[in-house]
Design a protein around this ligand. Structure first.
Ligand code: CDP
Ligand code: CDP
Length: 225
């Protein structure tokens, strides 16, 4: 079957990354986690002690950032200057910072260019906020995942608890709403459902059910059924 580009967009904790990873395995595609790229930019800025208000300093940082993605393992690995930062970028402070830094134009332009360079030939599933609307507006298949905010907060809370991180439902919910707001309201490439994206509400779906549903859509579109 022909290998195309598949875009999966949606708000935080709608299930994009876990779905994209499992769907890629099933289809023999490569999964590209674009959120991890913005997270790595945030970590670099944190390490350099930069204020996100100082856009000139961030632009200079982006000129020299050495960010590499590795797809050899099941989860994407992210490298900054040959250091594997895949775990470090998952902290709550980096989640908040990545939401803010991703709104800055020099950051987006550079990451979007890199995403296009990596995935242009097809055979990639990318998850993010702007993949179907901006990065690959011609992607053959586009999904937009949503879920009720309480369901999303509950999922994130369980993830944090599994990692042994204490957090309250209210704080997690407020953080998700704040990040959604940032993503929807930025000027360049905001979170928006592309006109031709398939909308899937995952509130009542299990992860397996969600992956099955997307797989069926892909098979139908690409003529595999
Ligand atoms: O998994 P989660 O939804 O918590 O976040 P993520 O997908 O790892 O992305 C981290 C942050 O990067 C998000 O809060 C977005 O603000 C930003 N992002 C973006 O702006 N555009 C993308 N294509 C992917 C992520
Ligand atoms: O990438 P995004 O932030 O959209 O979400 P995720 O990291 O894929 O999913 C957040 C959490 O919700 C993960 O622990 C998933 O296993 C879980 N999940 C779920 O419980 N039910 C679903 N239907 C989808 C995801």
């Amino acid at each position: 079957m022909q290998k195309v580009i598949i875009a999966i967009d949606g708000p935080a904790a709608s299930g994009k990354s876990s779905t994209a990873r499992l769907l890629a395995q099933r289809l023999g595609y490569v999964y590209l986690d674009t959120g991890a790229m913005y997270r790595a930019c945030a970590l670099q800025a944190q390490r350099e002690g930069l204020s996100l208000e100082d856009v000139d300093a961030i632009a200079t940082m982006m000129d020299s950032i050495n960010l590499r993605m590795d797809f050899a393992q099941e989860q994407n690995r992210v490298f900054l200057d040959d250091e594997d930062v895949s775990q470090l970028i998952r902290s709550e402070s980096i989640s908040k910072m990545s939401s803010a830094i991703s709104a800055l134009t020099p950051v987006r332009l550079k990451m979007v260019e890199l995403q296009r360079r990596i995935a242009h030939a097809g055979g990639f599933i990318l998850d993010g906020r702007d993949i179907g609307s901006y990065v690959f507006p011609d992607a053959r298949i586009k999904f937009f995942l949503t879920a009720d905010v309480d369901a999303r907060a509950q999922r994130r809370l369980l993830e944090l608890q599994a990692k042994g991180i204490a957090a309250s439902f209210e704080d997690v919910r407020a953080d998700l709403l704040q990040r959604d707001k940032n993503d929807r309201n930025r000027t360049l490439a905001p979170l928006v459902q592309a006109d031709d994206a398939i909308l899937i509400d995952t509130t009542l779906l299990t992860l397996e059910g969600q992956v099955d549903l997307l797989y069926q859509h892909v098979q139908k579109i690409l003529g595999g059924l």
